[in-house]
Every structure is written in structure tokens, then in C-alpha cells.
Design a protein around this ligand. Structure first.
Ligand code: GDP
Ligand code: MG
Length: 479
């Protein structure tokens, strides 16, 4: 049932200045009003969207539970488009729990995760892409990510998807009219007439897809593994990036036995840096686990920083690590991070870091360049911070490939949307090809329908209940 009255604590667990309990549904006012005692003992419903001062009284014991400000908000101008009450109490977990219990005792039901936003979607206030943007906005890690989520919440992505959807529908309508009403003398539409319409829809979808790898970067970030043999300065490099002492740095080889992960903000992209134990042959069983985890981190990384100690000659271990990295598919960065290209070449970008540049340089540069032809080499010192800026620039180059994010950009940031748009593109292209080949129009119309439905998955018109449940269950309670 989706119009029963639901309630939840909307503020995060823990202690805070204020805590908010949100109630939504047709009985929201009847549920809360009897719990509220106001000065002058008024029992009338306060005016909508205004704060009312009072006390929440436990109906059983008549105990004063908290001193509160309450907003009664009339449908439909509310978050859910239902009647909504928000009770602002003191932000203590026990206080809020007791108020919530009193609300539930009056017949409200505890809300599921994301249920308020799901109602906003079901009641047509937000489409699915906008509802998902609510979550992205809350979870955004950088300002750029937040801006993209806000654009999506404002409906900019949905508008573009709807345009492509309308264009597709207009082609379907023409084809189906001629099939369904042959006696009405509706002329069979010709490929010359339909193709430009399909191309128009295709252009919109391709435009959205073009920015989607970049968009996903801003939302999901980039896994960057710091790899190299022990003692070359991997942990020091992570610390230099973080300006903290999170990873243990010592002169004893093999001190990082586990992987350490930290996020930094690289020009708006959350960069998840993973410091590893280092890849080295070892007899020590504990170290072996660390080495195994390093390999796993490298396997799953989007980008690799391959670190060498430039104050020493190349060692057999250095060569081994290089060979392994290449076997994992790390290579010279392609000009972009487009996943299509990556799939085509099986290459993930690697940057070669020659650390300890403050020391006398003994590394064999020529051999290294032979091992890694055309690679980008950056000399760094975590002692003097030399080269760190260049490393950051090189990383940004590899990741962004010179593409800047404009504050008004609308980018597809979700894998789900990207996948639906890919299906749309494939089906629109198939429809175009079928038209060229004079395939009967009812077959063309099947591809177009599939494309139309795939677009509807982004905005939610054609999303299945399972998909909706899955999406909203990832929200927090009270949102
Ligand atoms: N001279 C010099 N020593 C460094 C530099 N970076 C790290 N070290 C030292 O090298 C040793 C190993 O560093 P660590 O970060 O633990 O290396 P890891 O095993 O690769 O994580 C430590 O003694 C560091 O102080 C650097 O840029 N210059
Ligand atoms: Mg280390």
C-alpha cells in the first residue's frame, strides 16, 4: 500500500543539535496532532508550512518527551506530495526514538529505506533519474560531483532523455499508423522520411553517452593502485597526497602488510588511492598475504602508479613488478579513458614514478624506457615534495584527457543510465539499418519500441517494480 502513513527519523544516527522525525501520508496530521501540547492548549491544526512550538507528550504516561518545533505541511506542496509533518526535537538518539515510538503507537508505520523519496517518485513529483540524484547529492564526495547531482535533480538529464524519447515515439507513431490503418490511405512512411527522425534521437543519445564515462568518474571516482617493490616510497607517496600519516612509513622493507585506501579530491574527481604492501617474492606467510592483496588491488584498479626507487639501480624485483603490471593490462595511457577504447585495447593507464629524486640518481633510465616505451615518467621526492604537482597534473591528464567540467554540464553519472542508453543506441542503430535494407516496417518498429522502453528506464516510466525496489532500498531510512 502506498498511501498509508509512514514515519522515520530523518536525521543521521548519533547526537546532534536537532533531530527530525518525518511523517508522511493521509493520516499524518491526525497521527501527530494529539501528541502535541501547545501553549494555550490549542488543538486546531496549525497553518501549513509554518513552525509551531510545543511539547511532545507521551499519550500513555503523559510524560513530556521533548520540547519541539513542528511543521504541518499540506499536500501537495511537500516532499512526497502527501501530507507531511516534520517534528524538530533535540538531537539525542533516545529522545528521537521515544518520539518516533509515540508516533508509531498512533498508527503510523516505520518507513522503509528511501520510502519518502519513492513516494515522491510514485506521486509524480520526481522522475526516477531525479530520485536517484537525491541519493547522489547526499553522497557526493566533491563539489563537481555535487553539481552534477544537482543538475540531474533539477531535471536537466531527464529533459534530454525525454527529447530522445519523443523523437523515437514520433517515428513509432508514423510506422504504426500506416500498419494499423491501411484502409485509411495513410501513405507508408519512407526510409527517407523516417531516417532523419531516428538520427535525431540517436544524436541525443550519443551525446549523453559521450560524456557518460567522465560523468561516472565524478560520481564513482577512480581506483588508483600504488604499486612497486617494498621500500621504494609507496606509503610515503600516499601520505604526501594526503598530508597525513595514515599509512605506516619505516625504513624496514615490507612494513605495509595490508592495503590502505584513502580518497583525495583530484580536480573534482574522488581519487581512491590504494597503498599496497608491494609485490615481491616472499617466504613470510604474513607478507605473502599482503603481496596477494597488492595483486588484487592492482587487478581491480583503474589506474596504476608504478613506483621505483631512483636512487638505486633497477632490481630483479622491479623488473618482475613491471612484467606483472603489463600482464595485468596496464600500459601507456590511451588519450582518453573511454571504456570502449579500454575494452578494445585491454589497456589501463599507468604512470611511472621515479621516487627519491632528492638522492643521487642511480636508476637505469634507458632500461626502464625500454621496459615501458612511450610511458610518462615523473620524478618525485616525498621529502622535498618535488614532482608531486607534476604527478597530480599527469594523473589529471590521463583521467580527464583535457576535458574540463563546466558548471552547467549535464553528464550521465550512473552505470544504470549508461547501460540503458547503450541499449537505446544499439536499437536505434538497428532500426536505421533495417530501414536502409527495406526490412518490413513492423520489424523496424520492434527495435524502436525497445529503444523507447530503454529510455523510459532512465526516467522510470518503464522501470519494473524489482528495479524500483532495488534502487530505493539503497537509500537511507528517513530519505
Ligand atoms: N630520500 C628519500 N627517501 C624516501 C622518499 N620517499 C620515501 N623515502 C624513504 O624510503 C623508505 C621507504 O618508504 P615507504 O614509504 O615505507 O616505502 P614503501 O615500502 O614502498 O611503502 C622510508 O625510509 C622513507 O622515509 C624520498 O622521496 N626520498
Ligand atoms: Mg608501504
Amino acid at each position: 500500500m502506498h498511501n498509508d502513513t509512514i514515519a522515520a527519523i530523518a536525521t543521521p544516527p548519533g547526537v546532534g543539535g536537532v533531530g527530525i522525525i518525518r511523517v508522511s501520508g493521509s493520516d499524518a496530521f491526525e497521527v501527530v496532532l494529539p501528541l502535541l501540547k501547545r501553549p494555550g492548549s490549542s488543538t486546531a491544526l496549525p497553518s501549513s508550512h509554518k513552525l509551531t512550538y510545543g511539547q511532545i507528550i507521551d499519550p500513555q504516561s503523559s510524560e513530556v518527551l521533548d520540547e519541539v518545533l513542528v511543521a504541518f505541511m499540506h499536500a501537495p506542496h511537500t516532499y512526497t506530495r502527501e501530507h507531511v509533518v516534520e517534528i524538530q526535537g533535540h538531537g539525542g538518539p533516545l529522545v528521537l526514538q521515544r518520539i518516533l515510538r509515540a508516533v508509531l503507537a498512533r498508527g503510523a508505520r516505520l518507513a522503509n529505506p528511501g520510502e519518502f523519496t519513492m513516494r515522491a517518485f510514485l506521486n509524480g513529483r520526481l522522475d526516477l533519474a531525479q530520485a536517484e540524484a537525491v541519493m547522489d547529492l547526499i553522497e557526493s564526495e566533491t563539489e563537481a560531483g555535487q553539481r552534477l547531482a544537482m543538475q540531474q535533480l533539477r531535471g536537466r538529464l531527464s529533459d534530454q532523455v525525454q527529447q530522445a524519447r519523443h523523437a523515437t515515439l514520433s517515428v513509432i507513431a508514423r510506422i504504426e499508423a500506416s500498419i494499423d490503418f491501411p484502409e485509411d490511405d495513410i501513405p507508408t512512411p519512407q526510409a527517407e522520411e523516417l531516417n532523419p527522425l531516428i538520427d535525431e534521437a540517436l544524436r541525443q543519445v550519443e551525446l549523453l553517452l559521450a560524456g557518460s564515462d567522465q560523468g561516472r568518474l565524478y560520481r564513482q571516482g577512480l581506483r588508483t593502485a600504488i604499486i612497486g617493490r617494498p621500500n621504494v616510497g609507496k606509503s610515503s607517496l600516499l601520505n604526501a597526497f594526503l598530508r597525513t600519516e595514515r599509512a605506516i612509513v619505516t625504513a624496514i622493507a615490507g612494513t605495509t602488510r595490508d592495503t590502505v585506501e584513502e580518497a583525495v579530491n583530484l580536480r573534482g574527481i574522488p581519487l581512491h588511492l590504494i597503498d599496497t604492501a608491494g609485490i615481491t617474492p616472499t617466504e613470510d606467510p604474513v607478507e605473502a598475504i599482503g603481496v596477494q592483496r597488492s595483486r588484487a588491488a592492482a587487478e581491480s584498479a583503474d589506474v596504476m602508479l608504478l613506483v621505483f626507487d631512483s636512487s638505486e639501480a633497477l632490481t630483479e624485483q622491479d623488473r618482475l613488478v613491471s612484467t606483472e603490471a603489463q600482464a595485468m593490462g596496464f600500459g601507456v595511457p590511451s588519450s582518453t579513458l573511454s571504456s570502449d577504447e579500454q575494452v578494445a585495447t585491454h589497456q589501463r593507464p599507468v604512470l611511472l614514478v621515479l621516487n627519491k629524486s632528492d638522492q643521487e640518481q642511480r636508476i637505469d633510465r634507458a632500461e626502464l624506457e625500454q621496459l615501458w616505451p612511450h610511458a610518462t615518467f615523473i620524478s618525485t621526492s616525498t621529502f622535498s615534495d618535488a614532482g608531486l604537482q607534476q604527478l597530480e597534473d599527469a594523473l589529471a591528464d590521463v583521467v580527464l584527457a583535457g576535458r574540463m567540467l563546466h558548471s552547467e554540464s549535464v553528464l550521465v553519472t550512473s552505470t544504470r543510465h549508461q547501460e540503458a542508453l547503450r541499449r537505446t543506441m544499439e536499437n536505434l542503430r538497428a532500426a536505421g539499418r533495417s530501414l536502409e535494407q527495406r526490412v518490413p516496417l513492423d520489424f523496424v518498429s520492434i527495435d524502436l519500441r525497445t529503444a523507447y522502453d530503454a529510455l523510459g528506464e532512465v526516467t522510470g516510466e518503464t522501470a519494473s517494480d524489482d528495479l524500483l525496489d532495488k534502487i530505493f532500498s539503497e537509500f537511507c531510512i528517513g530519505k
